[in-house]
Structures are given as structure tokens and as C-alpha cells.
Write a protein that binds this ligand. Structure first.
Ligand code: FES
Ligand code: FES
Length: 165
């Protein structure tokens, strides 16, 4: 076996949309979506905590579904629509879920917050006015070490109610 084969296959060009913009990157086949967003695209709003699929800090939306970007290879996202926390605010206005998190005091350190918000955004697309239980289920994969769960659930319910108006 020579040195080249030991290093494995070389970088691959992939294309997808990120927050609505056509994007192409060259990445090693083993690079995760999380590392691709943070390192190749400088989208550092998506956080790394456990890097092993247990905390949810890295949650982004891919083709409408919330996923752990630390457990997803970038090459598996070819042709897909990726949404990150950076894409939520429009024209200088926070997304209603971001606004609801602020109003409900739904964070302390804020490290889990982008992932929590992406999970709630995905929920609200399918469930216009979620109950507390529905919000709890939606963020069940998002851990908050600061214990801000009460505010997080309140923010999800409140964002749904605002959407109804
Ligand atoms: S960093 Fe991805 S689940 Fe924790
Ligand atoms: S606000 Fe600190 S981990 Fe959730």
C-alpha cells in the first residue's frame, strides 16, 4: 500500500444551497456538514459541543428536516437545501422564533440556542401552533446545560401563537 492510498480518496466537489444561495465547496469525503459550514463557509453560528450526536448544538435544517450536522457527511448533502441560523433574519429583522427566544428569556450562555431555534423553526413549518408538549418533543434532541428549558418551551409556543395572528 503506498502513501496516497493510506490517505484515502482526495477532496470532492459538492454543490448545495445554503440559506437559499447556491454554494459549492471542495471537501475531503469524511468531512462533516458541521465542519464544512464552520470551516469552509465560515458559518460559525452552528455550534459544536459533543461532536457525536448527543447534544443537538449542531442542528441545522436539511431539505426541511432538522438534523445533527456533526453526524452528517457534507458529501451526503449534494443537491440539498441547507438552512442555518445565519439565514433566519431577513432585512435586518430577526426571525419570529429568534424574537420569541429573546422575549421569553430562553437562554443563558446561548451555546445551545442556534440548535434549539432551528428545531423550533422546523416544527413550526409543520405545526402552526404547537402545544408545550409538541415543542418539548421537537427540542428533545437539543440539550441545554444551563437548564433554560422553561423559556425554550415558552418561546416555541409563543412563536407559534404569533404566527397564527
Ligand atoms: S455537536 Fe452535534 S449533536 Fe452535539
Ligand atoms: S443556554 Fe447555555 S446551554 Fe443552553
Amino acid at each position: 500500500m503506498n502513501g496516497t492510498s493510506l490517505r484515502g480518496p482526495g477532496p470532492i466537489d459538492i454543490a448545495f444551497t445554503v440559506n437559499g444561495e447556491a454554494t459549492s465547496v471542495r471537501v475531503p469525503p469524511r468531512r462533516t456538514l458541521l465542519d464544512t459550514l464552520r470551516q469552509s463557509l465560515a458559518l460559525t453560528g452552528t455550534k459544536r459541543v459533543c461532536d457525536e450526536g448527543t447534544c443537538g448544538a449542531c442542528t441545522v435544517i436539511v431539505d426541511g428536516r432538522p438534523i445533527y450536522s456533526c453526524m452528517t457527511l457534507a458529501v451526503a448533502c449534494e443537491g440539498k437545501a441547507i438552512e442555518t441560523i445565519e439565514g433566519l433574519a431577513k432585512d435586518g429583522e430577526l426571525h419570529p422564533v429568534q424574537r420569541a427566544f429573546i422575549d421569553a428569556d430562553a437562554f443563558q450562555c446561548g451555546f445551545c440556542t442556534p440548535g434549539q431555534i432551528m428545531s423550533v423553526v422546523a416544527l413550526l413549518r409543520g405545526t402552526a401552533a404547537p402545544t408545550e408538549d409538541e415543542v418539548r418533543r421537537a427540542v428533545a434532541g437539543n440539550l441545554c446545560r444551563c437548564g433554560a428549558y422553561q423559556g425554550i418551551v415558552a418561546a416555541g409556543v409563543s412563536a407559534g401563537r404569533r404566527k397564527q395572528r
